[in-house]
Write a protein that binds this ligand. Sequence first.
Ligand SMILES: Cc1cc2nc3c(=O)[nH]c(=O)nc-3n(C[C@H](O)[C@H](O)[C@H](O)COP(=O)(O)O)c2cc1C
Length: 192
Amino acid sequence: MQKLLYIDSCIRGELSRTRRIATPIIEKLKDRYDVETIVINDLELNPVQYDENRRRAAGTVSEEALCWASKIKNADRIVIAAPFWDMSIPAALKTFFELCSLFHVTFDSDDKTCYGLCKAEKTLFITTRGMEIKTGEPLEQATPYLKALFWLWGIKGLEVIARENFDYISAEKIEEEISSAIKEGLELAENF
Ligand SMILES: Cc1cc2nc3c(=O)[nH]c(=O)nc-3n(C[C@H](O)[C@H](O)[C@H](O)COP(=O)(O)O)c2cc1C
């Protein structure tokens, strides 16, 4: 079976509406993929600072980071669930990506530029936003960041399932939006 890496960055855990959308979609994908889950909350990450950067430059990479980066490199599919925080992704997920952005693992370089080493041909980003900001609007800085990072790592085909305005619509409307996002995801999962 091919490998799917699920990166659960739903920082509010059980309260997360984004996770409620992602969970049944991941369950369906388990029919066709060997799914491995990384829960960002469980990793208790610290931002990458000068010491870590110096260690890396001297050729020492933490074993944990190497292990996560290898999972990203070798995954056939990647699914990320993350809420919209401060117009982008939660910082813990950004930290995770910085830890996984490893020379000779997720990307490499020749004498002119960088190129990706990862193999995923399709990826899915599941998100919910508090305000009415749609995917691709200039104020929406999560998807452009993921696209750029995935370009660096050689990861292709980013699909986005997003629902908006969750901090301003009724509880009933939120339930409707969650159901329609799950439906969209289950349909997408058929050919993912
Ligand atoms: C720390 C934090 C930062 C947020 N920043 C934004 C933001 O910049 N723009 C926005 O539209 N919503 C923002 N929100 C609202 C969330 O995107 C929204 O409530 C989302 O549905 C939360 O997803 P969750 O239920 O999966 O945690 C923020 C929420 C939190 C807790």
